[in-house]
Ligand binder design. Sequence first.
Ligand code: HAM
Length: 474
Amino acid sequence: MSKQKKIEKKKIIKKAKPEKIKSKSEARVESSANAGSKKAYSLLRGMHDILPKEEKYWKSLYHAAENLAEHFQFGRIETPLLEENSLFVRSIGRGTDVVDKEMYSFEDRDGNKVALRPENTASVVRAYIMHGMWNSIQPVKMWYWGPMFRHDRPQAGRFRQFHQVGFETVGDGDPVQDAELILVAHNFYKDLGLPVEVHINSIGMPEERQKYKNALVDYYRSKRSYLCDDCKQRMAKNPLRLLDCKQEKCQPIKEEAPQIIAWLEEESKNHFMKVLEYLDELAVPYVLKPGLVRGLDYYTRTVFEIYPVINESPDTEPGAQSALGGGGRYDLLVEEMGGKAAPAAGFSLGIERSASALRQYFDSQQIKFAGVQFDAFMAQLGDQARRRALKTINELRSSGLKVAYNFSKNSLKSQLEAANSLQVPYALILGQKEVQDGTIIIRDMESGVQEIVDQKKVESILKKKLDRFDLSSK
Ligand code: HAM
């Protein structure tokens, strides 16, 4: 390169240089100033994020549902979040809070009136009819998990987008189906370690219910001047909701109100008695609640709700606690939605409320909620050991073992602490020496006893210790 060219290149480089390289602190100040000038988004009212710290509860809830579905042979169904608006209006019913006040309904770009699903029973029934499921062996048992939308008044445990897990049995009216569903709902919480109780009632068939409503209105009419304004309206619009009133002044009136059970005919009474007998046989604890009527129109006969058995704090109004879930029989819905008559029953459980009840219960008992149970924790010391550890974890995982680890911790002490907090039964320890010898240490986390084993045998030894694998073919 000639001298002249060199000088020109230098000039170009100099020209191209930025005026001044900003210091880190200057850049930080500028970026936060920019952040201030841009809109920082928050959530829409009633919406919420589910953060990684919640994951252990959500995962456990999902696994519990999936296990039960498999055991009791419910098949998974996924339906769209968006359906025709009238599907929900017809099934849930005008005059209910969900339809009158809480639906996310709108017109789509084709001019169709659509709605975000406020619940999933109507969609399951639509799918049962649409896919001709009455042609398969009855009952058809289905389960689902997903978001629902209700433009509710947000408060603790009440969101506008929330999640439900639900189980529906379509095509069989026998009381054993009601009992099986209640057993599944009860087992769901039992498996997770949360004590719950089942509140149960029968609201009979529509003709029985109509006679009861007349009697209820007659009774309330005589007390009209003592009622709250809402109850005065309920008398005309939806008399069964009189039994839901939480106003103090209405409580003594509610307590003396006629009970629906007295209006049930022989068949409905027998059906209910049989459900209760099954529950006794299955040792599912329940509480009879003559005032339990549920807020959706499609129910016939059995209705139930699940409540956590948690000591209410002194500031909670008695009975103000929300249900974790609810359901019941809906024998007329399939026919009302245009299908061939098929009795059915089901329930849904709120996931947000269940996760929060689990957290509250485990905190109150000062027990750490373990979430997903790992079989072992892999602790490693040094670079070589870390490389080997990753390989071993992968091999153990493909053989069906769940191994936790934390590679950002280096000391053995902190890794064993992490193992302790995950409540794993065993820790596997790999150091430099073990890598060279082809061995690994298995530490029993409860007794602290350690043994050195051949790395090739760690899978079979661990499985033997865990005692939940069939090793007969090994
Ligand atoms: P549901 O009683 O309206 O019944 O809702 C069931 C559960 O969903 C409630 O107990 C509650 O845990 C949860 N849930 C309801 N609304 C909200 C909300 N705004 N925020 C948070 N959680 C909520 C049904 O949906 C029926 N489909 C149940 C059923 C299935 N019946 C027969 N089959």
